[in-house]
Design a protein around this ligand. Structure first.
Ligand SMILES: Cc1cc2nc3c(=O)[nH]c(=O)nc-3n(C[C@H](O)[C@H](O)[C@H](O)COP(=O)(O)OP(=O)(O)OC[C@H]3O[C@@H](n4cnc5c(N)ncnc54)[C@H](O)[C@@H]3O)c2cc1C
Length: 398
């Protein structure tokens, strides 16, 4: 049945809509336009009609309907080469908390090939149930087969909340799944909670350049979907005695139905694991240039740490983006964060202020970084950093 509705009392047969229809679905019959089966409901004709004679009936979107049908919290378990990522574990911890608050179950969606141990791991970190989809076509991440599995499962089992990691793949997958399920998606959440009165998921994330924390809800569509950044939440402890149900699912697409092929993997040249580094020595505009990172690297080497950077240093081309800490870089939570020549803009603090111990080195005693620092050293980083390196060398016998 054609999707378009034509109000014959308004149509004068001007033919504007016939010209703009990309599908050849409209034609003139005498003084009025008629629509045929080729109409896809794309809406291209609506604006072309000066007489408001065309309309598309509002159909209930697939994600709406009786909210009571939707229950439970789901987590997509990101894995690489059969290893569950830390981010998935962090999200399982949050998923467990949210499921308990909603008095519902936590489901882990485990997709891949030869990944059975991950099903048990997911249960040990809090899942009550695991959907286990094992197939060669899922061995490496591709959007189409992964999204098809999750969309089919979500349509069938109707989760109330669906969480994914804000990794490159998680962001890609979440967007595809949310679009097909016709629901909302809050990207890069830094906080998740349940509204005690309405039971809605409260999704917190920085907005307006990090100047406000927006609390976003999705009252009219299900599932309520969010991606969560690395290191925002603590990893829960594993309980190897926990029991759960593992349900085997067949993949939604066959290899022949998937148009993308993975031909090669090129490892990252500048691979930096900032998110899980225990010690980070970070440099900002105060280091003055690429060579200004040299004393910071010496200090990081002695401490077994990793180099971080502010966006100013990255934007200046002094160091690669992989090192950037902050709202548009990595969120980090190391045991020790040493900020050298970093002023402490709110967008930088958003990525590192939950570090266990923060040491700030800055020649400006009023720099905002000192407001979050546990230890502050006022002075020139080019004197202080080498002095610290020399002391650590001595004390650590290096
Ligand atoms: C939407 C948006 C997203 C952003 N995302 C990020 C992000 O992810 N991460 C991020 O870092 N920023 C981000 N920013 C940029 C942020 O607002 C700041 O501009 C940036 O963090 C400043 O970097 P900085 O502290 O290195 O430079 P500056 O603010 O210029 O500070 C340099 C500091 O170095 C000190 N200094 C100079 N010389 C020395 C010396 N010899 N010894 C000791 N101290 C010295 C100065 O006193 C000063 O405090 C974002 C901004 C926007 C609008």
């Amino acid at each position: 049945m054609p999707l378009l509705e034509i109000d014959k009392t308004k149509c004068v047969g001007c033919g504007n809509c016939v010209d703009v229809c990309p599908f050849g679905a409209l034609s003139l019959e005498g003084d009025t336009v008629v629509v045929n089966e080729k109409c896809t409901g794309c809406g291209a004709c609506l604006e072309a009609c000066p007489f408001m004679a065309l309309r598309l009936p509002e159909s209930p979107s697939p994600g709406t309907g009786d909210m009571k049908q939707y229950s439970g919290v789901w987590v997509w378990i990101e894995q690489f080469n059969g290893q569950m990522g830390n981010l998935a574990i962090e999200i399982l911890g949050q998923g467990r908390r949210l499921a308990d608050l909603r008095h519902s179950a936590l489901t882990a969606c485990v997709l891949g090939h030869h990944i059975e141990p991950i099903t048990r791991e997911a249960i040990s970190y809090g899942a009550d149930r695991v959907f286990w989809v094992d197939a060669p076509s899922l061995a490496v991440y591709r959007t189409a087969p992964y999204a098809a599995v999750l969309i089919n499962l979500a349509r069938l089992h109707k989760p109330e909340i669906f969480l994914l990691g804000a990794s490159s793949r998680g962001r890609d997958l979440a967007g595809s799944v949310a679009t097909d399920l016709y629901t909302g998606l809050t990207a890069d959440c830094t906080g998740l909670d349940i509204d005690p009165e309405k039971g809605l998921l409260i999704q917190t994330r920085p907005a307006f350049g990090g100047n406000i924390m927006a609390m976003i809800i999705c009252p009219g569509h299900r599932p309520q979907m969010a991606t969560v950044r690395h290191r925002v939440f603590e990893k829960p402890p594993a309980n190897l005695l926990r029991q759960g149900e593992v349900i085997t699912i067949a993949p939604a697409l066959t290899e022949e139905q998937i148009s993308t092929r993975v031909t090669n993997f090129i490892p990252e040249i500048d691979k930096v694991n900032l998110a899980y580094a225990r010690i980070i020595v970070s440099g900002g505009r105060g280091v003055g240039g690429p060579e200004g990172f040299k004393p910071l690297r010496e200090l990081a080497d002695i401490l077994g740490g990793t180099i971080g950077a502010s966006r100013s240093a990255v934007d200046a081309g002094w160091i690669s983006y992989a090192h950037q800490v902050g709202q548009t870089g990595r969120t980090v939570r190391p045991d020790l964060y040493i900020a050298c020549g970093i002023s402490g803009a709110i967008q930088h603090l958003a990525g590192m202020k939950t570090s266990k111990v923060i040491v700030a080195i800055n020649k400006n005693p009023d720099a905002p970084i000192f407001s979050v620092a546990h230890y502050g050293i006022t002075g020139d980083l080019f004197q202080i950093v080498p002095a610290l390196t020399a002391q650590f060398k001595k004390r650590l016998n290096k």
